[in-house]
Ligand binder design. Sequence first.
Ligand code: FMN
Length: 259
Amino acid sequence: MERPAPTDSIGQPAVSSVFAFPADWREGVYQAIYRRRDIRRFRPDSVPPEVLARVLQAAHHAPSVGFMQPWNFVVVADRQTRGRVQDLYERERLAAAQFFDEPRRSQYLSFKLAGILDAPLNICVTCDPTRAGPAVIGRNSAPETDLYSTCCAVENLWLAARAEGIGVGWVSILKLPQLRAILGIPPHVVPVAYLCVGYPDRFGERPELEEAGWLPRRSLAGTIHYEAWGRAAHPDWPALDRLTPAVNASTPPSEQPST
Ligand SMILES: Cc1cc2nc3c(=O)[nH]c(=O)nc-3n(C[C@H](O)[C@H](O)[C@H](O)COP(=O)(O)O)c2cc1C
């Protein structure tokens, strides 16, 4: 059986491959992944168009089922439009409080869960299920794969933005029909992600919800099943979680504010 290549630290493979990136490229990929954060507080500085273009280009190079590329990117800078989305968010945020009992309800209400007006730019990433006609390779048995593809584009966008020093915050506390109406999105197109985009004050080391004690990061060990669901260990497998390096997302010297 071919085993995944264990690493003894980020960018230091124990098993080499001719297709592996050079160490600094690899390091960059892992750094973008571990240092990406959901950002809700932004500085007002606008994102230069050429940087935005690079980030959208990265999103557009995401994998997609049958190469259908079902996404579109509605880029919104207009403050009035963002204000209407903010109103929608605020209504939904308050309505969702009913799902939590005290003291969680008060804690939920204390969270800042969007930076729609703080960020200079919002991007709505949509999915058009009709994009490549009725027959799409790989999608016939699982129609929702068009949505999965769009989420891959969102993640590409999020990671590329992190590499550019740009923060992205996903806002899902929105009712889709109203969001469609505000942005003029046709009824058959699904708004998958509403993103706040801009330069943050900081990228935290850990998710804000983890820092606030809302939920902890679960152990990697608990997510891995060996050979079949429910097998937490297997004689043919090493414990993969013990082979991973510690994740270090502390602020690198290049990002520390100068004094
Ligand atoms: C599908 C999706 C929807 C999300 N919706 C919201 C949201 O409405 N508001 C918010 O503050 N964060 C939202 N988030 C961000 C998560 O809270 C965040 O990813 C998680 O807490 C982990 O933090 P990190 O992204 O900084 O690692 C969403 C993330 C995803 C993937």
